[in-house]
Write a protein that binds this ligand. Sequence first.
Ligand code: GRF
Length: 216
Amino acid sequence: MKIAVMVSGGGTNLQAIIDGINNGTITGTEIVLVYSNNPGAYALERAKRAGIPCVCRSPKEFPNRDDFNRELLEILKKADPDLIVLAGCLVVIPKEVVEFFSGRIINIHPSLIPSFCGTGYYGLKVHEKVLERGARVSGATVHFVDEGTDTGPIILQKPVMVRDDDTPETLQKRIMEQAEWKIMPMAINLIANGKVRIENGKVVIDDYDGSVLGAL
Ligand code: GRF
């Protein structure tokens, strides 16, 4: 399976995917492109170090958003991935891209959807809201991308307990370590091995046993 990974920041999820491919947690998968909208993204360094082709385009380089979106679709079509992975990607994926790659785009969100998600819930803001609300549990979700924000079918989720002394930063770090870096590679591996399908708007995973997530 050929995957394109879209990033905007540190790229720790990208690193988890690269490591997963190298250590055999993810089989039959090759990263054919890393795309960043942010020239300062450390994710680009990680990609270069791993010898993965990178493209970086900031919307600021374009006279308008439509031109940026059009080129994004062209770049993705050219890379011809079987799956697009949004790994900390802050670009709103245009409708044309969602339509062209329908059912072939996944995203990682740092909460248990449908809690703490949707417009305005990104990065540290998600964890700030969790702490403001006094939630006792948060976590991460890997889901398919549809035309809404964080509304697509859920593939995998993993809970993480909130601590009384958490700050948004400590909660973010623990959710990454305990949930994101585990369920993202696992979801990609399941898709690469043909185990994931969408039925009636929900994800069905062949031979799925939820207890595997507890062991992660
Ligand atoms: C992660 O928390 C991810 O869930 C969110 O953005 C963050 C990206 O981190 N969508 P990184 O760039 O993978 O380190």
